[in-house]
Design a protein around this ligand. Sequence first.
Ligand code: 3AM
Length: 178
Amino acid sequence: MNEATQRLFFAIWPDASTSGALAMLAQQVAAESGGRATAPGNVHLTLAFLGDQPSSVARALSAAAARISAPAFDLVVDRVDSWRKNAIAWAGVQSVPPPLLELHQAITRSLVVSGLEPDERPFAVHVTLARRIAAAVRRPLAPPLVWHVTAFTLVASELAAAGARYRVLSSWPLVAKT
Ligand code: 3AM
């Protein structure tokens, strides 16, 4: 019998106020671009997509993630942009904070020790705001949205009648600044 699998990804999940602000931005950008806004509860920043994985791999990933010690940081979301190739509009940053790269690298190492192949493509820091856009958008976001990142999460993507639904399985804290 095949072992049950879950479609997994590591992400940074917004706190309630950041989630609300990003969901509002998603509505605006969807209207500007003629796309479909990301559902309010689904807004996130993907750190690594893992695909369908059996529970044994999920456990190994969780154990490796629990050993990560990386600093908390602020993410200054200050631009909106889009990709023509997959018709997505997204929010991003002019400057990627080094602790985010550090976290991404630590997660890549967790994948490797869990027996997974890391994504070879460069890490594209983005929060998907709208899909199936008809017109490109590219503009600064002023004032910027300051996202206090204090944890990272392992998330399962589940298909529901209304589309993908994301469920946070576990969260691990980042080390607070002193
Ligand atoms: O952060 P976003 O919303 O861009 O696009 C999917 C979503 O990213 C991405 O993983 C996140 C959670 O579903 N995703 C889905 N399939 C993927 C794949 N085969 C993928 N990323 C890379 N390769």
